[in-house]
Ligand binder design. Structure first.
Ligand SMILES: *Cc1c(COP(=O)(O)O)cnc(C)c1O
Length: 574
């Protein structure tokens, strides 16, 4: 028996939950993630490893990664492929499978990456790869770049992920008791399952019943992440016919996935026993988008150990032993003396200040109130809202405020790139009065440095477009308060003046008003000027109380350990 055969024999001993995600951030330097969705998938797997859950994960290898970000002299983002070597981190497995694309067989292989926990738990992640000599040069590129290419390219990737994923798990000998689709990208897996549960035709009188939907539905769990209709993957049926062929009869497919287009979200909704949104509000928004479906909500979390800086890890180890595998222990955060909490924060802040100096040459001061904003650069996140009234910002912030930005725009998202360019122009305009930096190549390592090293974490999405958001949860693990629009998770985590501050009105309406920018920026300026700046400089005692609350109320709850326990009890064992 070869090494990998022995590994697979061990892994396939008991039935598993198979977690499918187009992107997974398992490791900072494995560039198979673009943002929140992939980092959430990674955190899901890390908590599952800690909790020793019987789970395996499936994703694509994306050998050219998402991309490496450069910003040219005019402030415009330029992309380069991120080349990396899977063999440095992963083990190529022997079992292979094929999927049919454009009428041809495309061979698919898998690389194994183990996410290992200090508890002894281990979750295997299978990275699917079509870069095999037996495939045509074009097909070898199918698993090259994350969210790259055109609609046909995307469909091919989703065939490899969904259909190829189910087949290769089968080839490896797994018995799967639940398929969890993290977003609609993976939902073609349901078609493969329908084929597997096909009943012999002579058993039934109605041809449609050949498709045993109930057996498939019982196996599937679907988490939707996208609160806008336009964000869901849809493919015209002529493209589907050309690329995927007729995996199941087109009339059945139309019944399940939409009359005019193959809508992957609809397909997943129609074939999943358990469906959920990623925060309570997002659950409601999803219900109104998809009437007639029972949609639950399990609010996202972050992996506590991954998203806590070394400085806070040491502090927690001393005062809250066991916190990493039982984040509920944060309830006793009051045991940490104020001066120790502040000292750990200043260490994290100094670390960020050093990183900023090294990357940009700009000298930040550890004694100045520092705001952080880092996430995908895309229009609805309104990264430039803070600059709506430049004079006012300058008046209140001169010498008293500094700001760190980071984030990539999708290569085809020109409005997102424009946002980056705007911020870089504002940075020049405010130079010498308010220091601002835009850090390149936002990734998990940089994220941890920023969320732990700033004083305030800011988020300004246009409601209701932030399904959950997770970076704010990372901040709370480091005693950093949120100052954000009441959308996504923050609706559940926010207690005004206690865990942080809101921006704009309470989240009562489902669609934003036309005056949202004016209204939200007014509130942002008022709170910054009259509440946050004065408290930071004049009332350190209350400030540190709020840092404690961020940990004891927010980090306590918004972690993937709590989230996974809920997936197990509410979705997986049903
Ligand atoms: C956490 C994280 C995100 C998600 O940030 P949001 O504010 O929730 O959108 C995106 N990218 C990276 C690299 C992250 O670490």
């Amino acid at each position: 028996m070869t090494d990998t055969e022995a590994v697979l024999l061990e892994l396939t001993k008991e039935p598993k939950i198979a977690y499918f995600s187009m992107e997974i951030g398992v490791h900072n330097d494995i560039p198979t993630y673009s943002g929140g969705l992939g980092v959430l998938a990674g955190d899901t797997i890390r908590s599952s490893a800690d909790l020793k859950l019987p789970l395996v994960a499936v994703t694509l290898l994306t050998k050219k990664g998402y991309f490496t970000q450069d910003i040219n002299e005019s402030g415009w983002q330029v992309e380069h492929p991120t080349l990396w070597d899977p063999a440095q981190y992963m083990q190529l497995l022997a079992p292979r499978t094929t999927v049919q694309i454009g009428g041809k067989d495309v061979h698919v292989q898998a690389w194994l990456y183990n996410v290992q926990s200090l508890t002894g738990g281990n979750i295997p992640v299978f990275f699917l790869d079509t870069d095999i000599p037996a495939n045509s040069p074009e097909d070898r590129e199918i698993t090259s770049s994350l969210y790259g290419g055109d609609l046909a390219y995307r469909l091919k990737q989703e065939i490899v992920l969904g259909i190829g994923g189910v087949r290769i798990l089968h080839e490896m000998g797994f018995e799967i008791k639940k398929f969890h689709m993290n977003e609609g990208h993976a939902s073609l897996l349901t078609l493969e399952l329908l084929n597997r549960f096909k009943k012999p035709i002579e058993d039934v009188w109605d041809e449609k019943l050949v498709w045993d939907k109930r057996s498939v539905t019982n196996l599937c769990v679907f988490t939707t992440h996208t609160p806008v209709e336009a964000g869901h993957d849809k493919f015209p049926y002529d493209l589907v016919a050309r690329v995927m062929g007729e995996i199941i009869p087109i009339s059945t497919l139309q019944e399940l996935a939409g009359k005019d287009n193959l809508n992957l979200t609809k397909l997943a909704l129609n074939l999943s026993r358990y469906i959920n949104g990623v925060a309570k509000k997002h659950g409601e928004v999803s219900k109104s988008m998809f009437p007639g479906y029972e949609i639950h909500a399990i609010t996202n979390g972050v992996h506590s150990f991954t998203w806590t800086s070394d400085y806070f890890k040491r502090l927690y180890d001393e005062y809250l032993p066991g916190w990493a595998n039982e984040p509920e222990v944060f309830v006793r955060v009051g045991r940490i003396p104020d001066e120790r909490l502040w000292k750990a924060h200043m260490e994290a802040k100094n670390h960020l200040v050093g990183y900023i100096r090294e990357q940009t040459g700009v000298e930040f001061s550890p004694d100045i109130l520092t705001l952080g904003f880092a996430r995908r650069a895309t229009a609805y996140k309104r990264a430039d809202l803070l600059f709506r009234d430049l004079d006012r910002l300058e008046r209140m912030g001169s010498g008293k405020l500094q700001i760190v930005y980071a984030g990539k725009a999708h290569p085809k998202d020109d409005p997102g790139k424009k946002l980056i360019q705007n911020i870089i122009q504002y940075k020049e305009r405010l130079k010498g009065r308010i220091n601002i930096v835009y850090l390149k190549n936002y990734n998990m390592d940089i994220s941890l440095k920023i969320v732990s090293g700033v004083d305030i974490w800011m988020n300004t999405p246009l409601r209701p477009l932030e399904a959950s958001g997770t970076s704010g949860m990372k901040a709370t693990h480091n005693g950093v308060m949120n100052f954000s629009v009441l959308d996504g998770w923050w609706i559940e985590g926010h207690i005004e003046g206690f865990t942080g501050w809101s921006i704009g009105p309470p989240p009562n309406e489902l669609t934003p008003g036309a005056d949202a920018d004016v209204r939200d920026s007014e509130d942002l300026y008022n709170k910054l000027e009259y509440i946050i700046l004065p408290m930071y400089y004049n009332d350190r005692h209350t400030w540190i109380r709020m840092m404690q609350n961020a940990i004891g109320k927010n980090a306590y709850y918004f972690n993937t350990h709590r989230m996974m326990r809920r997936y197990v009890t509410e979705a997986y064992i049903r």
